[in-house]
Design a protein around this ligand. Structure first.
Ligand code: PLP
Length: 376
């Protein structure tokens, strides 16, 4: 076999994720690998959990990264919290809400779906009406930042309604975390998951999760075992800790992705240095700059202004413009990646991401300049 080292081109990643990695995060990846049960590594794991608590704005003791991508964070929430026969209200306004529904079914639950148009936020009024009609619902699930459309839903209000009707909440914060305000404790969220590759600017493949005491109590009191061995928090916590107060001993569950966790630690240190509020503000400020540039070119954003995410901008593709040709030219001529539309919006929109380290002034200038020249 005649293979040689893979040397990827240096791209600027302005799609729906992954985002660019900061050189400090790349450097952290190349530090010496230690054993996943090495006490030194254990110290880093504890700090990593504290840093995640900072990012999620929570004191939840069960706060840790799952060793797999955001989808595994989603599955962790559903397989642990949904018991066979549980009614789960799922708010669907894009691709990822649809995946939540799938997760409920596979966990043996009964989904009650509320649909909102793609490109719009979840409607709190519909949630309240649905909970009135289904007083036996146990869980409400929704996506804060729908990456497939760029719509931002009002997590604070949706979680407050769910709590009023005695439901636990599962919130998808894969694209939200560090890009938009997310206050897990203040807003009373019970289970939340994210992904390392979006506004945290880390490598893809890790899924931070956080569970409230109420959620953890449901997991530990289950009448039936969790249907996934790998994602069963009752087992995972033997390694990460957090299930039992004061637990210090770690035992083998799976071999943790040691170097990827160094990278996540570094990206969270950088977030703490910047400050979470400053990170939210940076995403918003650059979103406004990008929007001004796009509008000056006559391009339109899909989502109404009040419901727009700063970190994911869905732009309508003008009539007569070939989607794939434009994206290929941006990639080949400018080393710039923007995203295609997904699901119902495939071929209709471009998705321009401003996530983490990708969300900086020089990238706005590059994106507007490159798009302007390709479209003219
Ligand atoms: N949820 C949302 C909102 C996402 O944007 C994504 C990925 O783009 C996922 C879940 C799944 O994450 P991953 O692709 O890391 O498995």
């Amino acid at each position: 076999m005649n293979a040689s080292s893979f040397q990827p081109p240096v791209r600027t990643l302005m799609g729906p994720g992954p985002a660019d990695l900061h050189p400090r995060v790349l450097a952290a990846l190349s530090r010496p690998t230690v054993g996943h049960l090495d006490p030194v590594f254990g110290g880093m794991m504890d700090e990593l959990k504290d840093l995640l608590r900072y990012a999620f704005r929570t004191d939840n003791r069960l706060t840790m990264p799952v060793s797999a991508p955001g989808s595994a964070g989603m599955e962790t929430c559903f397989v642990n919290l949904v018991e066979p026969g549980d009614k789960v209200v799922v708010c669907i306004n894009g691709v990822f809400g649809g995946r939540m529904r799938e997760n409920v079914i596979r966990a043996g639950g009964e989904p009650i779906c509320i649909e909102d148009p793609w490109g719009r936020a979840v409607d709190p009024g519909k949630l309240e009406d649905t909970l009135k009609a289904h007083p036996d619902a146990k869980i409400v699930a929704f996506v804060q930042a729908e990456t497939s459309t760029g719509a931002s839903s009002d997590t604070r209000t949706l979680a407050e309604i769910a709590r009023r009707y005695g439901c636990l909440t599962i919130v998808d914060a894969v694209t939200a975390l560090a890009g938009s305000p997310l206050l897990v404790d203040d807003w009373g969220i019970d289970a939340v998951y994210s992904g390392s590759q979006k506004c945290l600017s880390c490598t893809p493949g890790l899924a931070p999760v956080s569970f409230s005491e109420r959620a953890l109590a449901k997991v530990t009191a289950r009448a039936t075992p969790v249907r996934s061995w790998f994602l069963d928090l009752n087992l995972v916590l033997g390694y990460w800790g957090g299930g039992t107060p004061g637990q210090t001993k770690r035992s083998y569950h799976h071999t943790a992705p040691v170097n990827a966790l160094y990278a996540l630690h570094e990206s969270l240190v950088m977030l703490a240095e910047e400050g979470i509020e400053q990170s939210w503000a940076r995403h918003q400020a650059h979103h406004l700059a990008l929007r001004a540039g796009l509008e000056a070119m006559g391009l339109e954003l899909v989502v109404p202004e009040a419901e727009r995410l700063p970190q994911l901008n869905a732009v309508s593709i003008p009539a007569g413009i070939d989607d794939a040709t434009v994206r290929a030219r941006l990639l080949n001529e400018y080393n710039l990646e923007i995203g295609a539309g997904l699901g119902a919006l495939a071929g209709k929109v471009w998705r321009i991401g401003l996530m983490g380290w990708s969300c900086r002034r020089e990238n706005i200038v590059l994106c507007i300049g490159a798009l302007g020249s390709v479209l003219n």
